[in-house]
Design a protein around this ligand. Structure first.
Ligand code: COA
Length: 181
């Protein structure tokens, strides 16, 4: 599948010291701490967290970015479906405050999106986040309130990335379990 959306490498000067690798069980405690630092005490009430509570993340799409050999950022992806269409929910994406603004976040987003969208039967990557950050990475708005989460979300922050430019207009329904065919 050809993805014509932008790649991090197009606009991020990727430092030599930046590398990505799959998450391992040894990262669990560090990721949990980063989650607390990044989202605070309200983190468990977030709608995206509630989705991830119901459906397990896909370990093959949970990645770590390292800067200079030190853990800098984390991203996880959860398989979901919306309106009978399979895709992934991206998040949480978090960069250690000591390593921000060095391209780690954007590199991880583009890396896991490329991996996911190259898979057969995967039509989209969905997330709840800021258009200003994710727009340049290929994420587009969805129809306000068309996609429902297990908890309130700001409809303007529900964004989708897909090889199909119309995906944002098409997706409708609750965030549901990934459909195994
Ligand atoms: C958002 C986050 C992951 C970005 O990580 P990062 O590794 O610093 O990201 P990058 O280095 O790839 O990009 C940094 C750039 O994005 C900008 N940026 C960061 N958050 C942004 C936001 N919410 N909206 C718009 N721009 C944002 C930075 O100002 C910086 O801009 P610059 O390149 O002009 O200096 C990090 O700030 C973070 O962990 N925040 C707390 C958790 C969070 O909000 N996660 C996203 C949930 S949707």
């Amino acid at each position: 599948m050809t993805i014509s959306t932008p790649h991090a490498a197009d606009f991020v000067a990727k430092p030599e010291a930046l590398a990505v690798r799959p998450e391992t069980p040894f990262d669990d405690a560090w990721i949990e701490h980063l989650h607390e630092v990044s989202f605070g005490p309200g983190r468990f009430a977030r709608a995206a967290f509630r989705v991830r509570e119901r459906f397990a993340a896909d370990p093959s799409l949970c990645w770590i970015a390292e800067l200079g050999g030190k853990r800098a950022a984390s991203v996880r992806m959860t398989p979901i479906s919306v309106g009978g269409v399979n895709g992934y929910l991206l998040g949480p994406l978090m960069t250690d405050p000591a390593f921000r603004k060095q391209g780690a976040g954007r590199t991880l987003v583009m890396h896991v999106c490329d991996l996911a969208l190259a898979r057969e039967g995967i039509a989209f990557v969905l997330l709840v986040g800021d258009q200003a950050y994710y727009g340049p990475l290929g994420f587009a708005p969805t129809v306000p309130n068309a996609i429902t989460f297990p908890g309130p979300v700001d409809p303007a922050r529900v964004l989708v990335h897909s090889a199909d430019a119309e995906m944002g207009a098409k997706l409708s329904g609750p965030v549901a379990r990934f459909i195994t065919r």
